[in-house]
Design a binder for this molecule. Sequence first.
Ligand SMILES: Nc1ncnc2c1ncn2[C@@H]1O[C@H](COP(=O)(O)OP(=O)(O)OP(=O)(O)O)[C@@H](O)[C@H]1O
Length: 265
Amino acid sequence: MRDTEQAPQQAQNPTNFDIHLSGARVAFGGVDIFDDLDLTLRAGSFTCLLGPSGVGKSTLLRFLTGLVEGDVSGNITCSNGGILRNRIAYMAQQDLLLPWRTVRENVELGAVLRGERPDHARAEHLIAEVGLTDAAHLRPAKLSGGMKQRAALARTLMEDRPVVLMDEPFSALDPVNRLRLQELAARVLRGKTVLLVTHDPLEALRLGDHVHVLSGAPATLADAITPDGQSPRNITDPAILAQQAELLRQLGADISTDYGAEAVS
Ligand SMILES: Nc1ncnc2c1ncn2[C@@H]1O[C@H](COP(=O)(O)OP(=O)(O)OP(=O)(O)O)[C@@H](O)[C@H]1O
């Protein structure tokens, strides 16, 4: 894993359009997962989405990719026109690595599929950043779950798309690698519009400029919590810990009501 000084700089092509999702509805088997849901993602903002298991977080992310089939309605508009679907890098919960390709080939896959020449130097750099240099020649079957997730993260960061959607991208990582790769994502994705699903309130507050909780059935979005400062934030900061307590409350945890009160006042 490289030092931050050697790492790629922030996005060279910051995102310059807002995304408006309005009246979004998805139903499976006649049951609404969410209905009439609105969400705005401001240009270059990092939004995190929390919520109980099964509430519809992945479905909302996939709605933005246009991948949800069936009983789906609503509008997705970009403030500068154009179709969102073509401007997205999407990291699914399952790593979706091609089993017959090596780590390096998977990281370079996007360019290859587009018929472009991959930027080998950037790929090597990102592979090093996620700590997979020694495994770059291996196929996914030889990787641990965490290594596969790091390869998938490198592939997502490689794409340099204006909009990045990530579904629990760090869930299989040990705590130290998790912190390192959060830092990498914060740095490489700065200036991009990002929507990240996580179960970890501290991860959301470390990375997100806006942190929403999705809850209920049909699910609704709570107003965003907006931590101060630039990501990656210090998760030992008392104000962050107080916001973590608020998020845990929104998620239904039984947290003492005065926890962190001094930090917010
Ligand atoms: N293709 C599908 N067909 C039918 N039901 C589906 C489909 N995809 C998701 N669901 C259902 O929709 C609901 C929301 O699923 P979703 O994966 O969006 O939840 P989630 O909040 O991301 O959960 P988790 O945190 O466990 O990943 C669940 O009840 C799930 O079973």
